[in-house]
Design a protein around this ligand. Structure first.
Ligand code: UDP
Ligand code: MN
Length: 449
C-alpha cells in the first residue's frame, strides 16, 4: 500500500517536472524562432486566463500582417545595457529547480527578479515626438492603487519604487497597496519593513479575506484622496513621464478613462520590451484582444502620439477621475476574483457618456506572467463575471454571445438588479449604439475574429 503511494507520488512528481521542463523548452524554442520578428504584446487579465482555457484567438500584435511596429526600438548597445542576462553574464539553466519552483509559484523567472532587486533602469520606449511634448502646468493629483495577491516580493517592490522614481512628487498624492489576503511570509513584516522608507506616500491595506481584484480595487479606491485614481498591477515598472499624459487626458475631460501602452516584461528574461501602439478590443466570446489602430486615428500633426480611441481597456492599468469613477458605479461588487470587469467598465464608460483612450506617450511595463493559482476557481469567476456583463449591457446582442457559448445560457450569475438600475439611472445608451458608433468592427465580425 505504502509502496503504491510512493510510486504514484514519484510518477506524479516526474510528470509535473517533465511537463514544466517541456513547457520551458517550448518557450525557448519559440523565443529563438521569433527572435528578430515583431514581439507580440501580452494583454492582461481576461486574455491571459482565457488563452489557457479556450482556443486562442489569433489577432494580436505581431500576428496581424502589417502591424504597426514602434519606430523607436532600443539599439543593440542600449539593449545590452539593460538585458539582465547579458549584464550579469548568466545563462538560463532550464533544469534549475529554483527556476521551475519560481515559475510554478509566481508565473515568471524569480531568479532574475531577485537579481534585479528593488529597482533597475528600463529603456525609454516612447516615440521621440513624446520628448518634445508639454503638458498642462497644473495637473490633478493621482492616487495609485496597486492590489496584490501572493505577489513576488521584488516585483512588487520594483512596482512601488518605479512609481516613486518616475512620478513628480507633487502629482503623486499616494500609493495605496491592497494586500488581498496573501499567504506568503515575505509579504508580511518584511514588506512592512521595506515600505518604511516610503512612509508618508505609501499606505498598505490588508484585506481580512480574499476579495478578488474587483472588490480589492474598490477597497483601495475608497481610501484614496487624490483627484485621479490610477489602478495598476503589482508586477509593473513605469516608464519616463508615464503619468503626465494620463492625467492631462483626464484633466481635459473628467469623463475620460486613460490607458497607457503596456510594454512587455518578458516572464523568462524580465527584459523590458517596447510594444506597438494598439487599441483594446474583444470578440463575441468576450475575450479581450489588442487590435490595429485605425489609420485615421493617427491623422493630424500629433500623428503617432495622438490619443487613440479604444473600444475597450485591458484592465490592468488605467487612470480615471475619482469622482467620475464613483458616479458611474465603480465596479460590479458581485463580480468575483478578476476577469470581465475590464470589459464591463469599458462598455459602461462608452455607453453612459464617457470616453476611453490609449495615450501613446504613456508607457508602463507589465510582466506578462503565466497564470498560477486555482484554474477552476478562476474560470468559474470569469464565467460569472462575463454573464453579469452580458445580462446587464448586451441587450438583444446577448444572443450573439450565447451562440458562441451555448453552454453558459443556464449558468447562474447572481442578482443583477442593482446594476440594471444603475444603467437606467445613468441614462446609458444601447449596445446597438456602442456597436454603431464605437466598435462597428465587432458587429461585422463572427465568432473568434
Ligand atoms: N489580484 C488580487 N486579487 C486576486 C487576484 C489578483 O489582488 O484575487 C491582483 C494581482 O496580484 C495583480 C492584479 O490583481 O496585481 C491582476 O492580476 P494578474 O496580474 O494575475 O492578472 P494578469 O495580468 O496576469 O492577467
Ligand atoms: Mn498582471
Amino acid at each position: 500500500m505504502m509502496r503504491n503511494v510512493i510510486v504514484q507520488f514519484l510518477l506524479c512528481g516526474s510528470l509535473i517536472f517533465g511537463t514544466w521542463t517541456a513547457l520551458l523548452c517550448v518557450y525557448f524554442y519559440h523565443d529563438q524562432e521569433s527572435h528578430g520578428q515583431v514581439e507580440s504584446q501580452e494583454p492582461t487579465s481576461v486574455w491571459s486566463l482565457e488563452k489557457r482555457l479556450q482556443p486562442p484567438i489569433i489577432h494580436g500584435p505581431g500576428q496581424t500582417p502589417g502591424y504597426p511596429v514602434p519606430e523607436e526600438r532600443p539599439s543593440e548597445n542600449e539593449t545590452k545595457e539593460w538585458n539582465p542576462f547579458l549584464k550579469s553574464g548568466k545563462h538560463v539553466k532550464l533544469m534549475d529547480p529554483e527556476l521551475l519552483h519560481g515559475f510554478m509559484k509566481y508565473g515568471f523567472n524569480t531568479m532574475i527578479s531577485k537579481n534585479l532587486g528593488k529597482a533597475r533602469p528600463v529603456p525609454d520606449t516612447r516615440h521621440k515626438m513624446c520628448h518634445q511634448k508639454h503638458y498642462l502646468a497644473k495637473l490633478p493629483t493621482a492616487s495609485v492603487v496597486i492590489c496584490f495577491h501572493n505577489e513576488e516580493f521584488n516585483a512588487l517592490l520594483r512596482t512601488v519604487s518605479s512609481v516613486m522614481s518616475f512620478t513628480p512628487h507633487q502629482l503623486l498624492e499616494e500609493i495605496i497597496l491592497v494586500d488581498d489576503m496573501s499567504k506568503f511570509d515575505d509579504l508580511k513584516e518584511k514588506l512592512d519593513c521595506h515600505l518604511e522608507k516610503f512612509r508618508g506616500k505609501v499606505t498598505l491595506v490588508r484585506n481580512q479575506r480574499r476579495e478578488g481584484l474587483v472588490r480589492a480595487r474598490m477597497i483601495g479606491a475608497a481610501r484614496a484622496s487624490g483627484d485621479v485614481l490610477v489602478f495598476m498591477d503589482s508586477h509593473c515598472e513605469v516608464n519616463r513621464m508615464w503619468l503626465e499624459p494620463l492625467l492631462e487626458a483626464v484633466a481635459k475631460n473628467r469623463r475620460v478613462a486613460a490607458c497607457p501602452i503596456l510594454d512587455v516584461i518578458d516572464p523568462m528574461t524580465l527584459e523590458y520590451q517596447p510594444s506597438p501602439v494598439v487599441r483594446g478590443a474583444f470578440n463575441w466570446h468576450l475575450q479581450f484582444k489588442w487590435d490595429n489602430v485605425l489609420s485615421y486615428e493617427m491623422d493630424g500633426p500629433e500623428g503617432p502620439i495622438k490619443p487613440i480611441r479604444s473600444p475597450a481597456m485591458s484592465g490592468g492599468i488605467f487612470a480615471i477621475n475619482r469622482h467620475y469613477f464613483n458616479e458611474i458605479g465603480q465596479y460590479d461588487k458581485d463580480m468575483n476574483l478578476w476577469g470581465g470587469e475590464n470589459l464591463e467598465l469599458s462598455l459602461r464608460i462608452w455607453m453612459c457618456g464617457g470616453q476611453l483612450f490609449v495615450l501613446p506617450c504613456s508607457r508602463v511595463g507589465h510582466i506578462a506572467k503565466h497564470s498560477t493559482g486555482n484554474r477552476t476557481e478562476l474560470f468559474r469567476a470569469l464565467v460569472r463575471n462575463n454573464l453579469r456583463l452580458v445580462h446587464v449591457w448586451l441587450d438583444e446582442y446577448k444572443e450573439k454571445f450565447f451562440l458562441q457559448r451555448p453552454g453558459l445560457k443556464s449558468v447562474p450569475y447572481g442578482n443583477i438588479s442593482e446594476r440594471v438600475e444603475l444603467r437606467k439611472r445613468l441614462g446609458c445608451k444601447s449596445f446597438q449604439w456602442y456597436l454603431d458608433t464605437i466598435f462597428p468592427e465587432l458587429e461585422a465580425s463572427k465568432g473568434n475574429q
